[in-house]
Design a protein around this ligand. Structure first.
Ligand code: DC
Length: 227
């Protein structure tokens, strides 16, 4: 990272369905920052492994899949892997269910972290994920941890999936979210947890606009103290 102080990285972490992606993207826009969706990176690598037919239990092969991935997230919402637009494919339920094979792999995570730091070094960035405040940008001046009740998170994910044309079984979805929370919180590498200096925001009952307002206000307060 060339010794640059990461004062202009805002980290947003939290569990699935806490509303991170939508609000982090809008907050980035309002602040004039770039937006980095790191979940999309793990999704893209998982899609690539599945597309190449790499066994998901082969740790060495998965590390190569991540290292050799040509990932392009420069254009708005779209994600390109090796030149193919996979923006919708990486959100498919079978990809979501398989991400843990890569997210638990230390070598895959090292590749991702290096890539995330290179992207954030390009300019002010809102970085969203699970380990942004704890592992990737521990020096970030403003760290936010978003959470919401499990029921609300399941409902939000259901709405997203319906909007993307997937059929939804809410009970099954709630079970999958619980399972993913467990995995994300209890894995040995980069477990999901708030950084010690993160500000925790419970978004249960808050609209996306209210959450964006809260984030922008927090960032501006932190910047005001820093300058
Ligand atoms: O935010 P999301 O649902 O798109 O993330 C997909 C998965 O990727 C999630 O189950 C955990 C993993 N992930 C991670 O391990 N580390 C990150 N920084 C971001 C996501």
């Amino acid at each position: 990272m060339g010794g640059r102080t990461i004062t202009d990285v805002v980290t947003i972490d939290g569990p699935a369905g806490a509303g991170k992606s939508t609000v982090a993207r809008c907050a980035a826009e309002r602040l004039g920052y770039a937006f980095l969706d790191t979940g999309a990176m793990y999704r893209a690598a998982t899609w690539r492994a599945m597309h190449l037919g790499v066994p998901l239990t082969d740790d060495v092969a998965l590390a190569t899949v991540a290292r050799e991935m040509n990932l392009d997230m420069a254009e708005g919402n779209s994600v390109l892997v090796d030149g193919v637009d996979v923006s919708a494919a990486i959100r498919a339920p079978d990809v979501t269910r398989s991400i843990h094979y890569l997210a638990d792999n230390t070598n895959v995570r090292e590749t991702m972290v290096a890539h995330q730091r290179r992207i954030a070094a390009l300019g002010p960035t809102v970085a969203e994920g699970r380990d942004m405040g704890t592992i990737v940008f521990p020096e970030a001046a403003c760290k936010i941890y978003l959470d919401a009740s499990p029921e609300e998170r399941a409902n939000r994910r259901a709405e997203d999936m319906k909007a993307a044309g997937h059929s939804v079984d809410i009970e099954k979805l709630a079970g999958e979210i619980r399972e993913r929370d467990e995995r994300d919180r209890n894995r040995t590498v980069a477990p999901l947890r708030p950084a010690d200096d993160a500000i925790e925001v419970d978004t249960t009952g808050m609209t996306p606009d209210e959450t964006v307002d809260a984030i922008v206000a927090l960032v501006e307060a932190v910047k005001g103290t820093a300058s």
